[in-house]
Design a binder for this molecule. Structure first.
Ligand code: AMP
Ligand code: MG
Length: 401
């Protein structure tokens, strides 16, 4: 048996980012993976500018509250004023360039109209309400590192630095299919012995949520030829094939011999619960190979194994550099006296007191535990937990994109 850490390391060691890079306009780049470091083409802000609507002054002219200064110019945003003459003030607006000579802006709420100009009822300190050129970003500074998933704020950063487009990796293409003659689609009648195929919808949503292009080959009959045929079709267009079910060693489990016939397969027994069996390998195709990952059929096993094993693998294919989800130490508000010898990924949620509770039924078919919960407690092998102990908790938010 492999430990969770060993299995993950083996998976990640195999993953290579897709090579193709394309330039996308900023409007299309959110959620994509940046392929190359980006430098700013401009200083941000480009000019010294006012943080307030008010009056630009020389602090030397305002040594006491109540000074009255004639207003020598008006500078709205988008215009550039002239040098501020000593003994005068400039009417100025938020974002407008601060005129040469001025070293503070007094907000308008602290000023009033006087007979001979503006009365300044406040003694400003030098630099007050001035945003200096380049104080956020210097020209040429690195603003975005390669291997990040571009968030809205990263796109804003690129725009303010003057970049119209960004180089991103192409989307990872994933073929999915599902084994099990008992599976029927929601919306169809449920004959005796049948169950609804929930993994199909889980895996599609998980992969699409990660920004993959998903090609769905549907349910494949439980026999060797059909499974081999599905593997060939899935390999042809895709970087990765993900399936659910049929990876145990029962007579009805055809995934293993099918992948062996079409490529190469390692069957891993991983010391994790849920999700012990995981099949990892590759399927040959004309121009190389597609990766293959076979998930267990039990719905909770399939989803949890996806979150903790497939997700980091896919992130690597996508070109993401940091694939480790953030985990937090939280107080256990539960009792777990009989731990498994395998590492457990328990469905839990944070209560209003900031502790973690567990869903009472931790069965590997109980999808309700995942819906009730908002994350996983990662419990090391054979670790009993008493209320008040610290446990590692990974929020689903860290595992779903
Ligand atoms: P298997 O790994 O094929 O032995 O399946 C293990 C369990 O998961 C069985 O109870 C299956 O009926 C169930 N199962 C397999 N595939 C799916 C699926 N796509 N959706 C929901 N349950 C499934
Ligand atoms: Mg099956």
């Amino acid at each position: 048996m492999l430990t969770f850490e060993q299995a993950l390391e083996k998976l990640l060691a195999a993953a290579q980012p897709v090579e193709e890079v394309r330039l996308l306009p900023l409007t299309a780049a959110a959620g994509r993976i940046l392929a190359l470091a980006q430098q700013s083409t401009a200083a941000v802000p480009p000019l010294d500018n006012s943080a307030m609507d008010g009056y630009a002054v020389r602090t030397a002219d305002v040594t006491a509250a109540g000074v009255c200064l004639p207003v020598s110019q008006r500078i709205p945003a988008g215009t550039v004023g002239t040098t501020l003459q000593p003994g005068t003030a400039a009417r100025i607006f938020t974002g407008a360039p601060v005129p040469a000579g001025a070293d503070a802006v007094v907000m308008q709420e602290l000023c009033e109209h006087g007979e001979h100009g503006v009365v300044i009822n406040h003694v400003p300190r030098p630099e007050e309400n001035i945003r200096r050129a380049g104080e956020d970003i210097a020209v040429g500074a690195e603003i975005l590192k390669p291997g990040i998933k571009l968030r809205p704020q990263d796109i804003a950063q690129a725009a303010s630095a003057g970049l119209p487009e960004l180089p991103v990796y192409r989307r990872v293409r994933v073929g999915v299919f599902f084994t099990g003659d008992e599976l029927v689609q929601p919306g169809e009648p449920l004959p005796p012995g049948a169950i609804y195929n929930s993994n199909r919808y889980a895996l599609r949503a998980l992969l699409e949520g990660m920004g993959c292009e998903v090609r769905d080959l549907g349910t494949v009959p439980d026999n060797l030829d059909a499974t081999r045929d599905a593997l060939r079709r899935a390999a042809a267009d895709n970087d990765l094939i993900v399936t659910s079910g049929g990876v145990s060693v029962g007579e009805e489990d055809h995934v293993k011999p099918a992948v062996e016939a079409e490529g190469r397969l390692d069957m891993w027994k991983i010391a994790i619960k849920p999700g012990k069996p995981l099949a990892f390998g590759e399927v040959r195709k004309a121009d190389g190979k597609a990766w293959f990952i076979g998930l267990p059929g039990n719905p909770v096993s399939a989803i949890v194994t996806f979150m903790i094993m497939v997700r980091p693998f896919v992130l690597r294919l996508q070109g993401v550099s940091d694939v480790t989800p953030r985990a937090f130490d939280l107080r256990a508000d539960f009792d777990w006296p009989r731990p498994d010898v395998r590492a457990e990924f328990l469905r839990g949620r944070i209560n209003e007191q900031g502790g973690v509770e567990l869903y009472p039924n931790q069965g590997s078919g109980v999808v309700t535990s995942l819906c009730w919960g908002d994350g996983l407690v990662m419990n090391p092998p054979a670790q009993a937990v008493k209320p008040g102990d610290r446990v590692r908790f990974v929020p689903f938010a860290e595992l779903l994109s």
